[in-house]
Each structure stands twice: as structure tokens, then as C-alpha cells.
Design a protein. Structure first.
Length: 155
């Protein structure tokens, strides 16, 4: 993966699959959200801090290109990056890889920056915008692409 993508490793849970053991198509946007949240922590600006400050990222568009299925108990990696930032929007890109590194899904979400109290678009604070341009780190270590962040998704 290109250097500006951040890896998050997940395991496909039984509850996320259909009767054939294939991950349901509606699960991938949830995995995108898990990866975005992990990225926000890795750049030092957890999304909970955005919300505390009254800033929300409303999904305006979701693109999901399915290439091949993930299956129950597969170790998958969701690669995420903030591909574009502007004063009132953010674009995240995703690539989901299976255990052998095969591309399973590619996706993108476009978000509008919204004021929590009014529900109207607003300008993203400069420090939050700058955080999305930082190199993600985990636990104070530099680049973690060789050791992806492991996220628990157990209920």
C-alpha cells in the first residue's frame, strides 16, 4: 500500500456473514467507520474530541466497489487515508485486503463538516484539518504499516 494509507486489522465475525459464510455487503461501510475512528486516534485527534467541540462529519456519499468476498474468520486489513481535506469537507479512501493481500473491496466516503448545534455546514477548525495531514502513529511508534493496528470488534 502507498505510504499515506493507515492499516487496521480486523477479523470477520460470524454475525457479519450470510448463511454461506460470506461477509455481507453492508458490513464493509461499518469496517470503513472502524478504520476512520482508528485513523483519528492515530493522528492524535480522536473523533470523540471532534464531537466534544461540536464538529460532526456527516457522510454525504459512500462508494463501495466489491472485488471478491471476505469469509468468516478471515483476517482482513482495512487501509484508510484522508485523501482530501477542504474547509468544509473530507474525503476518505479505503482498501480492504484479505489474508493473502488480495483486494476485496475499494471504497470512498465523502463527508461534510457540520456544526452539531445547527446541523449546518461549517468550517473545520484548522487544528483538526491539520491532524488529517499527519503521519498516523500507534502507541508512539512511527510508521505502523508493517504491524497493522489490531482493532477488537467483539460486542
Amino acid at each position: 500500500m502507498p505510504d499515506d494509507f493507515f492499516p487496521v486489522r480486523l477479523t470477520a465475525r460470524y454475525a457479519e456473514t450470510d448463511q454461506m459464510g460470506v461477509v455481507h455487503h453492508a458490513v464493509y461501510p461499518v469496517w470503513f467507520e472502524v478504520a476512520r475512528t482508528a485513523l483519528s486516534h492515530a493522528v492524535g485527534a480522536p473523533y470523540s474530541e471532534w464531537e466534544r467541540r461540536g464538529i460532526l462529519l456527516m457522510v454525504g456519499e459512500l462508494i463501495c466497489r466489491y472485488r471478491r468476498p471476505a469469509r468468516y474468520d478471515d483476517e482482513i486489513t482495512v487501509w484508510v487515508r484522508a485523501a482530501a481535506t477542504a474547509s468544509r469537507r473530507v474525503v476518505f479512501q479505503y482498501r480492504v485486503e484479505g489474508p493473502s493481500g488480495d483486494v476485496l473491496v475499494e471504497g470512498e466516503t465523502r463527508h461534510v463538516v457540520v456544526d452539531r448545534s445547527t446541523g449546518r455546514p461549517t468550517v473545520m477548525p484548522a487544528d483538526l484539518r491539520a491532524s488529517l495531514r499527519l503521519t498516523p502513529t500507534v502507541g508512539g511508534k512511527a510508521d505502523q504499516r508493517k504491524d497493522p493496528l489490531r482493532v477488537r470488534t467483539d460486542p
